[in-house]
Design a protein around this ligand. Structure first.
Ligand code: ADP
Ligand code: GLC
Length: 485
């Protein structure tokens, strides 16, 4: 019996193979969660030169699949891995994906990102047509794959194989749009009809994310709060107009957290496991962290703040830097893990020199340290200017490290702010250094009341953001489109 038409997820990142942030984490969990809903699921993603296999054997399934981009006969090789029972198809075209980084170097974006990701979109559709049964749904993620919605839209009327395929776009971050010169539209292979206000054109440029917003059958974003925010000029990044016009099919579905990966009770990176009801291990993790990072031993009896994230204005790292002297006056420590903007990296290094033993910063990207810092710190800082969902605060809750966060987007949807009943963390209204310091001050005051702090920690640790709930939300969306799943 042929299997049901699949839901084909198309993504530029999937943990553990590839990851630069939350997008990778989401795609590392969503496919299996959808499969648990009884769906036939497959994934398409690039075969990066720098990719990890995550211990999964990857083998060639089809060489020389014609993609036809831009106009010349160009092909890709397709590899496959079985990941948690889901086939993941890797698109191999070395000139596009065998690079040191995924999207950019310290000097800026790769010059050919438009070609790279238009190619990925076209290769995904080419592969979709070759599956045993064509997909019921093509589910795209962010600007790197969004333009596939436009290609599908114009192919459907004349392509019987894809005629019934529905298309969903999930926006993980509206600020990254894949905006390119209009001449790249001309070589993309899209028809001229696509060039316009309700199409891919954006202030005279070719906008790949807008292509998805314009042509997907339905748009989702990763929290209900962010879904409400992005139709406003404050958060819409210039796309609030078209998003407002498409509001009827815009849904907010909260991400889950993958507790197979993020659980202090079974974390291979920690010196001692812990969980709610057995917090002794957390203190051991903290003492290890103090020793490993050469922090002042007196911090064992004072709160240590943690920050993990891309060093960009989105994450409010500049607010932490601006607030540093005031934060230090609260007699706390601070541990930062991140990379990104060179100015922020340099200023963090300066702060670590100015406050030796109190401020520690690692500039770089390491999965292991992220776990270690989640466990070994007391209070997690997330002063984001906007946050579509945010996963690190979910992990911090599970690790007994109550977050102090701006009340925006997914942060507002996932943190119950003290002193409300059932509080799990602390929020503040606007991204400014004084408010951040004030909120950290409130957190430190509760930390000093050990039983109250433990109650807050334990509530956070018992909160679960389930991928099964999110998958159910996506299933409802697919069904609402009449997809033959
Ligand atoms: P975003 O996707 O906006 O970067 P999220 O909170 O959704 O934010 O997800 C961030 C993910 O990236 C988390 O898994 C976090 O641990 C990880 N991460 C961010 N920066 C680093 C870093 N420097 N080293 C290791 N992991 C990091
Ligand atoms: C984006 C957002 C982040 C979200 C992640 C996964 O990178 O910045 O808030 O958690 O995608 O959806």
């Amino acid at each position: 019996m042929p299997s049901a038409p699949p839901v084909l997820l198309v993504t530029s990142e999937i943990y553990p193979f590839s990851k630069t942030g939350g997008l990778g984490d989401v795609l590392g969990a969503l496919p299996a969660a959808l499969a648990r809903q009884g769906l036939n699921v497959a994934v398409v993603t690039p075969l990066y030169g720098r990719m990890s296999t995550g211990g999964h054997p990857i083998h060639l399934v089809r060489p020389g699949v014609p993609v036809g981009y831009p106009w010349a006969p160009i092909t890709c090789d397709v590899y496959m891995a079985n990941f948690q029972g889901v086939p993941v198809y890797f698109i191999d075209r070395a000139e596009f994906f065998d690079r040191r980084y995924y999207y950019c170097t310290h000097h800026g974006d790769y010059f050919d990102n438009c070609e790279r990701f238009v190619f990925l979109a076209r290769a995904a559709l080419a592969w979709a047509r070759r599956l045993e049964t064509p997909p019921a749904v093509i589910h795209l993620h962010d600007w790197q794959t969004a333009v596939a919605a436009a290609f599908l839209h114009f192919a459907r009327p004349k392509d019987p194989l894809l005629a019934d395929t529905r298309c969903v776009l999930t926006i993980h971050n509206l600020a990254f749009q894949g905006r390119f010169a209009s001449r790249l539209f001309e070589t993309s292979g899209l028809p001229w009809e696509a060039w316009g206000m309700d199409g891919v054109e954006f202030y005279g440029d070719f906008n790949l994310l807008k292509a998805g917003i314009a042509y997907a059958d339905c748009i989702t974003t990763v929290s209900p709060g962010y879904a409400r925010e992005i139709v406003t000029p404050e958060f819409g990044c210039g796309l609030e107009g078209i998003l407002g016009r498409r509001k009827g099919c815009l849904h907010g579905i909260l991400n889950g957290a993958d507790y197979e990966v993020w659980d202090p009770g079974a974390d291979r990176y920690l010196p001692m496991p812990y969980g709610p009801g057995s917090l002794a291990g957390k203190q051991v993790c903290k003492e290890h962290l103090i020793a490993a990072y050469d922090l002042d031993p007196a911090l064992a009896r004072r709160p240590i703040l943690g920050f993990i994230g891309r060093l960009r204005r989105q994450k409010g790292i500049d607010l932490v830097l601006a607030a540093m002297d005031e934060l230090m006056r609260l007699n706390v420590g601070l541990v930062v893990l991140g990379e990104g903007n060179l100015e922020f990296e340099a200023r963090l290094a300066d702060m670590a020199e100015r406050y030796p033993g109190r401020v520690w910063a690692h500039i770089g990207y390491t999965e292991e340290m992220a776990h270690y810092i989640q466990a070994g710190t007391d209070i997690f800082l997330m002063p984001s200017r906007y946050e579509p969902c945010g996963l690190t605060q979910m992990y911090a809750l599970r690790f007994g490290t109550p977050p102090v966060a701006t009340a925006v987007g997914g942060l507002r949807d996932t943190i119950v702010p003290h002193p409300a009943p059932g509080a799990t963390g602390f929020t503040f209204d606007a991204p400014d250094p004084a408010r951040l310091v004030e909120a950290v001050g409130r957190a430190v005051a509760v930390w000093e009341d050990a039983p109250a702090w433990q109650a807050l920690q334990e509530r956070g640790m018992r909160t679960a953001f389930s991928w099964d709930d999110s998958a159910q939300g996506y299933l409802d969306v697919y069904r609402s489109l009449g997809a033959k799943i």
